[in-house]
Ligand binder design. Structure first.
Ligand SMILES: Cc1ncc(COP(=O)(O)O)c(C=O)c1O
Length: 303
């Protein structure tokens, strides 16, 4: 996407210190790395993940990007935007049946020129199988395949660039974990004595450890960086919320003027405050919280 300067991404993304009375007496500093501000339509890890994939697609001479996602997928939307601005045709393979009228996310993707197609849930689960991929090739011809969530080797390499943008010294980087591509990359980009903490937003997230190692192996040949998962902050599972989480989001917005994305970043920030409050980090520790998306409805979706 370096070849798309007209998009004017905000890079390096801004960093701001979080001043919060819950941190008083802990001796811990928290900095917010505002990747959500990189681009309104291709924010956060979407930009980071798509960057090297776009270069790969161009190098391979492929003019179509095909990817997978649920009906509310941020990754589907971002891929549609990259196609629109970058001159690629895009195909979104959506889990489940078509529902009309399209929800705002899919309506946006369609307005950005994405062709939408649907797979029933059983077939969708087998979306990485050669049989399903061959059927998609028979239907759509040649395409550059982006996995669900955009997490592959190229995505890991893009996310690995995040730590080097941080000029202020820090010790620990927190990020939320869906597929784990972001954590795989940021952990690999850390310096010595730095570590990353990933907060899975889905239940039973421990299985992601092996997937994250696999992503790092694909990019670097081995596990890379010091990182761990904190699996107890899923609030019931993916896209599940509780009144406690909602209250946390509301209070955070009131105090800091930042509406956290409740599916991902709210769970990560909650975990951060909880772990700091429990004394997990020694006084003097500086923590960076990676904000990959916000809870604000993008202007493009509200039209
Ligand atoms: C806003 C936001 N934060 C975090 C994530 C998690 O990223 P990953 O799938 O790389 O773990 C996503 C994934 O879609 C996201 O949209």
């Amino acid at each position: 996407m370096d070849e798309l300067p007209s998009l004017r991404p905000r890079l390096p993304s801004p960093v701001a210190e979080l001043r919060d009375d819950r941190l008083n007496d802990t001796g811990v500093r928290v900095l917010l790395k505002r990747d959500d501000l990189i681009h309104p339509e291709i924010p956060g890890n979407k930009w980071r993940k798509l960057k090297y994939n776009v270069s790969s697609a161009r190098r391979l001479g492929l003019d179509t990007l095909l990817t997978f996602g649920g009906a509310y997928s941020n990754h589907i939307r971002a891929t549609a935007a990259v196609g629109y601005y970058g001159g690629f045709k895009t195909i979104g393979v959506i889990r489940g049946e078509e529902h009309l009228p399209l929800n705002p996310s899919l309506a946006y993707a369609a307005a950005r020129g994405m062709r939408l197609t649907y797979l029933d849930r059983t077939t969708y689960r087998a979306k990485t199988s050669p049989a399903v991929i061959s059927a998609l090739h028979r239907e759509f011809g040649d395409f550059y395949l982006l996995p669900e969530g955009g997490s592959n080797k190229e995505a890991v390499l893009g996310c690995a660039e995040i730590p080097a943008e941080l000029v202020e010294p820090f010790d620990v980087l927190f990020c939320s974990v869906g597929t784990g591509g972001t954590l795989a990359g940021v952990a690999a980009g850390l310096g010595e004595r730095q570590s990353a903490v990933g907060v899975p937003v889905l239940k039973g997230g421990a299985f992601l450890e092996a997937e994250i190692v696999e992503l790092q192996q694909s990019a670097y040949g081995s596990r890379s960086g010091t990182w761990r998962l904190e699996c107890h902050y899923h609030f019931g599972g993916y896209a599940k919320r509780t009144t406690e989480l909602d209250a946390f989001v509301e209070e955070f917005d009131k105090k800091h003027g930042l509406l956290l994305d409740w599916v991902y970043e709210a769970k990560m920030m909650y975990a951060l405050f909880d772990l700091v409050g429990r004394g997990t980090f020694a006084p003097g520790t500086t923590i960076v919280a990676l904000i990959s998306g916000s809870g604000e409805v993008p202007e493009e979706l509200s039209r």
